[in-house]
Design a protein around this ligand. Structure first.
Ligand SMILES: [Ca+2]
Length: 187
C-alpha cells in the first residue's frame, strides 16, 4: 500500500493584483523543505523527498509518501491571507492503493483557520480507496482527482467556500496547505 503525492509547484496568489503575489514560500520546492515546510510523520514507512525526476521538467518536485501501516505523512505550511479572494493552484500527481481491510487517502488539503489557528473547515483535492470513511459535510469538501496522472488543480478560496456552509468566511485569517498521504483501518 503506497500513497504518493508528488507535487510540482503550489501557489496561492492574490488575483486582484496586476502582478500576482505568490504567498507560498518555496512553493516550487527548489530549496530544502524546512523552514518553509513543516514535516509531520505518524507511523511507519513515511518518505519526504525532493528530486528533479518525478516529472519530465528540469525543476524540482517533492514526493510525500506513506506506506503500509496506520498513520500519515504530511508536509504543510501556514499562510496568512489578506482576504478570501485568493487563487490557489497546484500541480500534483496523486496515487493511492490498499489491500483488503485498510483504507488510504492522499492529496492536497487546505485548512481554513481563524487567527488562533483553529480549523474552521477543509477542502481536499484527493484520491481515496473505496473503504475510506471520509464524507463531505458543511465544513469538509472533497474534490476528487480524476486519475493518477500529473494534473493542474485550482480554485478561488472565496468561491470554494460556497461549498462549506458551516464556515464563516469573515473569520478566516490564514490557511494551512498540506500535502498528505494517510492510511487507516489497522492494516
Ligand atoms: Ca522535474
Amino acid at each position: 500500500m503506497v500513497r504518493r503525492v508528488p507535487l510540482l509547484f503550489l501557489m496561492l496568489v492574490v488575483p486582484s493584483y496586476v502582478l500576482a503575489i505568490e504567498l507560498v514560500s518555496n512553493g516550487g520546492f527548489e530549496n530544502d523543505l524546512p523552514p518553509a515546510w513543516q514535516v509531520e510523520s505518524v507511523g511507519a514507512a513515511t518518505n519526504f523527498s525532493r528530486s528533479t525526476g518525478y516529472d519530465g521538467d528540469p525543476d524540482y518536485e517533492v514526493l510525500v509518501e506513506k506506506g503500509a501501516g496506520n498513520g500519515l505523512a504530511k508536509l504543510s505550511q501556514t499562510i496568512v491571507i489578506p482576504a478570501t479572494d485568493v487563487d490557489f493552484s497546484v500541480n500534483a500527481q496523486v496515487q493511492v492503493s490498499a489491500t483488503e481491510g485498510p483504507w488510504a487517502a492522499a492529496g492536497v488539503a487546505v485548512n481554513y483557520e481563524d487567527h488562533f489557528g483553529n480549523v474552521l473547515g477543509t477542502t481536499m483535492i484527493l484520491r481515496t480507496t473505496s473503504a475510506c470513511p471520509w464524507v463531505d459535510s458543511d465544513t469538509f469538501h472533497m474534490i476528487l482527482a480524476p486519475d493518477e496522472s500529473w494534473n493542474s488543480y485550482g480554485f478561488n478560496l472565496g468561491s470554494e467556500l460556497a461549498n462549506l456552509a458551516g464556515v464563516d468566511p469573515l473569520a478566516i485569517r490564514q490557511v494551512r496547505i498540506s500535502l498528505f498521504g494517510e492510511v487507516g483501518g489497522d492494516c
